[in-house]
Design a protein around this ligand. Structure first.
Ligand code: NAD
Length: 289
């Protein structure tokens, strides 16, 4: 019977450790690690995400500040705010909640964040560091995937890994992290032929396609570990809806272990954001801003 890798439990453990480390940091330095979240516009989902991140920061003893800008704000105003946050030594992490309104070039905005404060790990400098294995801040969801994977497979060397999905925020960085750990990695997208066959050879499958129940039981080798990143809302017959992953989890009892949805990778993402903020504050405290 496959074991379930609880992201909820892992995130709780990570946050408990972080609470202790933040208390020590604050005592030594006389200030707490500080995350600033920038929210543009009125997207209700973005408001919820930002509120959760701020609440969680405060729970572990970090400072967190929200900057709200109107939906019609100019790119220039947003870039000016980021420049001010970059220069403010009391700010250790900057997060710009995506998506941004159409008049703003998201790429330009993310490129403007000081890479040392880029706690989402999306800046090209951090992307480059990840791909060259030279440190930097790692995107939060991929980091969460790796923590969960290594909780059941501490040594990844020589494993065959398949990543389904090649987005810049999940698929590609997960693939880089797996490579770094010594896996042989196949990255798949919409145009991959024979996806089922490709998966059947894998010791590890990371599913990040955003397609409900894409990975069927017969795609998964006996004893494989499956990390399900997908978050998909599906309609039920009775008019309600429910969140499911990219994996048909009720068909993979022959796997060694898998992450459930919900309660798998999801809870790790915010925990890793906080970990990145702590690491950013530590690094800045050593060199000064
Ligand atoms: P995305 O849409 O940017 O990328 C999806 C990728 O999957 C693309 O590269 C696409 O080519 C590939 N893909 C789509 N359908 C496919 C198919 N049928 N076969 C093979 N490849 C296919 O999405 P994303 O931002 O990378 O997110 C992926 C999923 O992960 C979504 O469900 C998203 O909600 C979820 N997600 C979860 C978390 C979390 O905290 N757990 C964080 C980010 C994203």
């Amino acid at each position: 019977m496959a074991s379930i890798i609880s992201g909820t439990a892992a995130a709780e453990g990570l946050l408990a450790d972080l609470t202790r480390d933040v208390a020590r940091f604050s005592q030594v330095h006389g200030y707490a690690p500080t995350l600033v979240a920038v929210l543009v516009g009125d997207d209700p989902a973005s408001h919820i995400y930002v509120r959760k991140k701020i609440e969680q920061c405060r729970k572990v003893g970090m400072e967190s500040v929200e900057h709200r800008l109107p939906a019609d704000c100019s790119e220039e105003d947003l870039l000016a705010l980021i420049a001010a946050l970059n220069a403010d030594e009391r700010v250790h992490g900057i997060l710009v909640q995506l998506p941004l309104p159409a008049q703003i070039d998201s790429g330009k905005v993310l490129d403007t964040i000081d890479p040392r404060k880029d706690v989402d790990g999306f800046h090209p400098v951090n992307v480059g560091r990840l791909s060259t294995g030279t440190g930097g801040l790692v995107p939060c969801t991929p980091m969460g995937c790796m923590i969960l994977l290594r909780s059941v497979l501490p040594d990844l060397k020589g494993k065959q890994a398949v990543v389904i999905g090649k987005s810049n925020i999940v698929g590609k960085p997960v693939a880089m992290l797996l490579l770094e750990q010594g896996c042989t990695v196949t990255v798949c997208g919409r145009h991959t032929r024979n996806l089922a066959e490709v998966c059947r050879d894998a010791d590890i499958i990371v599913a990040a396609a955003g397609t409900p129940h894409l990975v069927k039981g017969y795609w998964v080798k006996a004893g494989a570990v499956v990390i399900d990143v997908g978050i998909n809302r599906i309609a039920l017959d009775d008019g309600r809806s429910r969140i499911v992953g990219d994996v048909a989890s009720d068909e993979i009892g022959h796997a060694a272990a898998f992450t459930p949805v919900p309660g798998g990778v999801g809870p790790m993402t915010i925990a890793c954001l906080l970990l990145n903020t702590f690491r950013a504050a530590e690094a800045q405290s050593l060199v000064g801003v």
